[in-house]
Design a protein around this ligand. Sequence first.
Ligand SMILES: [Zn+2]
Length: 377
Amino acid sequence: MAVKRARRLLLLGLALVACRPRERPVDASVRAVSRAPAAAPYSRAAFPAVDVHTHFDPTATARVLRLMDAQNIRYAVNLSAGWVGHGLEEALTQQRESGGRIVPFCMIDWRGAGAEGWVANSIATLEQCAAAGVRGWKIPKVLGLGAGDGRGHRLRVDDPMLDPIFERASSLRMVVLIHSGDPRAFFEPNTPANERWDELRAHPAWSFADPIYPRWTEILDEFERRVLRHPGLRFIGAHFGNAAEEPDRVESLLARAPNYFIDTSARIPEFGRHDPARMRAFFIRWQDRVLFGTDLGVGAEPDDLMLGSTGEHPPTPEEITRFWRSTWRYFESNDRSFEHPTPIQGRWTISGVGLPEGVLRKVYGANAARLLGLPWP
Ligand SMILES: [Zn+2]
């Protein structure tokens, strides 16, 4: 049971996700995929994709690969690979078993941040990861929202104490995928009037409305200073640069930091509701710096599936089909006012950006393949 629990915590990264019942023994992901008619529009990516934002249990490899094949996803970056002695070995085995298609990013241990020796230990962790062939480092939102600084305060994303760790990641030529903050609505009062009420009601612990937490813009400011401080280190800003609500803000950092990329994971519902002409222009302008991602989580149990977010119950086959279909439809079609991929993330519709083939090929896969040094046709 302890192993199972540890795996689950690993999969979910921060353990900020509520427990869900497991009453359905059916492998929902596979069933939904195999039932979908092959010719259905937007049933898979129109061009090969790299999903740079996923969380996989090391025992789920076969299910993951079936799912990737069905959606035309050639590679996936597993952000839940842990560190030596805490999941990395299993993640590396999974990478081998997948023929290199599941690419692990490692983590460091944020518990005890600021304590004597913690910085040196963190650097050693990154060095062990790099020596094992790992190309990336995932930083979860606990930096900025949970970790302490060892002096009784919150550890800020741009705390100078962390500089040597980032500089070592830079000299190791790692890519840093960083999640800072969360949806803006999570910082607003947790009431039925909150536009993310469906999600907050299912996961009260995801609310950062309490004034003990910093404000949304405060964390974003820290995050931006961190990216700008290390021009030689390549950053991926998770979840549309952590600010899908404000594309102008995301664009401003992209313009100032050539070392900065963003992923699209878990935020199509958010950026998909902006003016589609404005978003289309965004993707075309930044076509070399946007990386496709989903925040897909595949756990040890057949029904343990996260599609950008989780609800009180595992997703139904219909919800799984909707997730993928709305994802591809957003990027590939000019359709207006259709259902977004993740119902729990808000009761509104999105409009597609109909990207040109050349841009789609880059955003879906070529940019990530180049950044991560993956073989690409
Ligand atoms: Zn994630």
